[in-house]
Structure formats: C-alpha cells, structure tokens
Design a protein around this ligand. Sequence first.
Ligand SMILES: Nc1nc2c(ncn2[C@@H]2O[C@H](COP(=O)(O)OP(=O)(O)OP(=O)(O)O)[C@@H](O)[C@H]2O)c(=O)[nH]1
Ligand SMILES: [Mg+2]
Length: 345
Amino acid sequence: MILVIIVVAVVLVVGIGWVVVRRRRGRVAIASPRAAMPTVLVTELAERPSLDGPSLAQRLGSSRSVFDRVRSLSSVGALSDEQLDIVEEVLLRSDVGVATTTMILDNLREYGAPDGVANAVRASLLDSLTAERSVTTTAQSGRVPVWLFVGVNGVGKTTTIGKLAKRQIDAGRSVMLAAGDTFRAAAADQLEQWATRTGADIVRASEGADPGSVVHDALGRAAARGVDMVLADTAGRRSNSTNLLDELSKVRRVADREPGQVVETFMVLDATTGQNALSQAREFLAAADVTGIVLTKLDGTARGGIVVAIERDLGIPVKFVGVGEGVEDLIAFEPGAFVDSLLDA
Ligand SMILES: Nc1nc2c(ncn2[C@@H]2O[C@H](COP(=O)(O)OP(=O)(O)OP(=O)(O)O)[C@@H](O)[C@H]2O)c(=O)[nH]1
Ligand SMILES: [Mg+2]
C-alpha cells in the first residue's frame, strides 16, 4: 500500500514538474509582445529605429510632466488671462524658447482653443517642426558614404554611433567605425566595445594620433573591403594647443576626399543642458557643415521643448533622439509622435 502511495506521489510530482517546464518554455518561446507604438514610429522599421518596451511618453518622463498643467486645462474656446499665463509658464519651462512661446500665445489669443488647449498647443508645436528629416546612406558611385559625429565631450557621440551602427547592420549594411577621438585612449576602447557588440569593423590608432589620418585609414580600408559606410567619431575636447573646431574642419575635409564622401554630419547635443545646447551648437555649425542633430538624453531631466528651439534657432533638423543608454534607445525623430507624447491625455 505504502509502495503504491509513493509511486502515485512520484508520478504526480514528475507530471506537475513536466507541465510547469513546458509552460515556462512556451512562455520563453513567445517573444514579449511589442508595446503598442504610434504608427508614425514604426514605419520603415529597418531604417528608422523604433522602441520596444515602454512607450515614448513613458520615456520622456520629465519632458512630459512639464506639460501636465497644459494637459489639465479642460477649457474650450477663448482662454482667460490666468490660463494664458499657465500656458506661457509651461512653454517657457519646457525650453521651447521665447520666440515659440510668443507665437503660440499670439495664436491662442487670436483664435482661442476650439478643440481644447492641449490640441491648440499641439497644432502650433507641429507647425514649428516641419523640417525635412531624411537620412542619407549612399554616396556617389565608387565612394564610401561617411557619417561624421561632432559635439562637445560627454553629449553622447560615441554611444549614438554604437546605436546607429547596430541599426545599419540590422538593415543589412556593413559598417566601419573610425575612432577619430584620439584625445584619450579610453575613447577608442569605448568605440571598440561598440564595434564588438554590433559586429562593425573598427580602425583605431594610439592616443594623440592625428584624427584625420585615422579617418583616412578607415576610408582606405572600407573602400578596399567594399564596406557600405563609415561612421566617424571625433573628440569633444582637445589639448589647449589645438583648436577643436579647426581640427574638426580638417577631419571633415579628409573624410570628404576620395574615396570618402561625407553624406551626413550629425551634431550631437545633450538635451538636459537646455538652452546651453543651443549656444554650443552655434559654435560648431560653421566648422562642421552640420546636416542633422541627434538630441540625446531626452529620457533624463530634459524638457523636450528644446527640440523646437533647436530647429527654430539653428534651422537644422533633429533627425534622431536618444532616450536611454541601451543600444536600442534611439529613435528617428517624428514630430507627430513626439508632440502627442507630450500632450496626449
Ligand atoms: N540617459 C541617457 N544617457 C545617454 C544617452 N546617450 C548617451 N548617454 C550617456 O552619456 C554618457 C556619455 O556618452 P558618450 O557616448 O561617451 O559621450 P561622448 O560625446 O562620446 O563623450 P566624449 O567621448 O567624452 O566626447 C554615457 O554614460 C552614455 O551612456 C541617452 O540618450 N540617454
Ligand atoms: Mg566619445
């Protein structure tokens, strides 16, 4: 009798264990479902990165919370002076800048908010974000397209290169990284880690080497091996004896000489530095012939209105935004999805 009970118990335990393991395996096999994203963010997935996991609105923590008071204004039609004051304060705090704030308030005074205040602000913000944002990945026949990344130290250049290298490789392109930040050895080490992680090739040199020759070398090798594109890192600082902007111009000239062709120059800006990002940017513009902005750290304490201020003041499109430190945390900037995530209830 005891023997029968033991046998039944063993069969039960093994049976339950088998069922549990099966269920667990089943769960692993089904990849976690993609979080619902606004459709604008999931077009051309291979080229235009979108986000898995938390939605854009969740990632834009502090940018979104700046707009809390505008979202909670429920009035429709004409706004009271008190409500206009709230909108003004929120817009200035959000970093959109004085010019855009004035423009939006003028619109509200003149036309009111027939579909609610959040919708009126959304429409005005969208009207300010009409730049063309396409990204070029090809060069003239026989030349290697180069993406050059410039910006002051710590803004996120190297991390952005890693994230974009991953996207290009996922899209089926071969990528060579050029470690043009020779100011400190750790910079090339950091880029090399990204190369290893993403499967990109890398050309690097010792600390203090001439950045132009690193880029030149990378282009020679990329051309010889038929690599599809080169992403070139640059230093965010220099020793006092060298002028950073002069050096950037030089690197750019080298990168744009055959067999290379610079098809994008991305200026990387840290959104958490707010209006300071703008003054930094102005310094770089002349030297580097910038074609697009990558605005990083929008997940942090940034107040997202800076996107609007940058485009308005600099006339250069924001093409990508960084929303975290991970390789997937970069998205193609889409005004509709962005403004929705600030102002949707
Ligand atoms: N939260 C957050 N952190 C980021 C983002 N992008 C970069 N970072 C972090 O910012 C720090 C600096 O990034 P780097 O890529 O080293 O910046 P860099 O411009 O190459 O800096 P230098 O090489 O010193 O000129 C790192 O800790 C990154 O992980 C982002 O979008 N969000
Ligand atoms: Mg770097």
